[in-house]
Design a protein around this ligand. Structure first.
Ligand SMILES: CC(C)(COP(=O)(O)OP(=O)(O)OC[C@H]1O[C@@H](n2cnc3c(N)ncnc32)[C@H](O)[C@@H]1OP(=O)(O)O)[C@@H](O)C(=O)NCCC(=O)NCCS
Length: 158
């Protein structure tokens, strides 16, 4: 397995891959992936095993807070989970962050997503203190709008 930047040729395969991330991740449109491949590829790595796309991260450097990189979508193919695919992708995003001299990676998860919670915390992310706790996970109410409660995780870079 290796990682490389998302390319325009990956668009059909990444849409199929994102379908496998439901219910926590859903595919975006072809035109969204065109944008990610052509304007943001350095923070949108994919993992490939031979010719097969087995994982992807979609992330962006913030224009409003340029020290931050926000990770929007993460998926590993169900048959390739718990084999370090996401870890390799996170390392790629982290390398990009360092090259941009960013100081923080952050992301949100739905509080019911225990595998995601394990992944972020195992990789050194902190679960940001919220206003309630669900299954031991700290949650910020209405973080993404009314009723859209989210667990927020951040990794400070040296
Ligand atoms: C969450 C997800 C992206 C993790 O991807 P992955 O490639 O399996 O993660 P990794 O193999 O790199 O694992 C990272 C760490 O988390 C741990 N981990 C991952 N899934 C776990 C689980 N279900 N239970 C316990 N620990 C888990 C791994 O053991 C590893 O820790 P270690 O290196 O100390 O052993 C994957 O389960 C997935 O695609 N889920 C569906 C989509 C989704 O929920 N995306 C996140 C939305 S916020």
């Amino acid at each position: 397995m290796k990682t490389r930047p998302l390319s325009q040729n990956d668009i059909p395969a990444i849409i199929d891959l994102m379908e496998l991330g439901t219910p926590f991740v859903r595919p975006r449109t072809e035109s969204d992936y065109w944008l990610y491949a052509n304007l943001f590829s350095s923070t949108c790595p994919v993992a490939v095993d031979g010719d097969e796309l087995v994982g992807a991260i979609i992330a962006f450097r913030s224009q409003d807070h340029p020290d931050d990189i926000y990770i929007q979508d993460v998926v590993a193919h169900p048959e390739h989970r718990r084999r370090g695919v996401t870890t390799a992708l996170l390392n790629s995003v982290r390398d990009a962050a360092v090259s941009f001299t960013c100081s923080r990676l952050y992301l949100t998860s739905e509080p019911e997503n225990a595998p995601a919670h394990h992944t972020w915390t195992r990789r050194g992310f902190t679960n940001v203190a919220g206003d309630r706790t669900l299954n031991g996970i700290s949650v910020i109410s209405d973080y993404k709008g009314a009723g859209k409660h989210r667990a927020v995780y951040e990794l400070q870079l040296a």
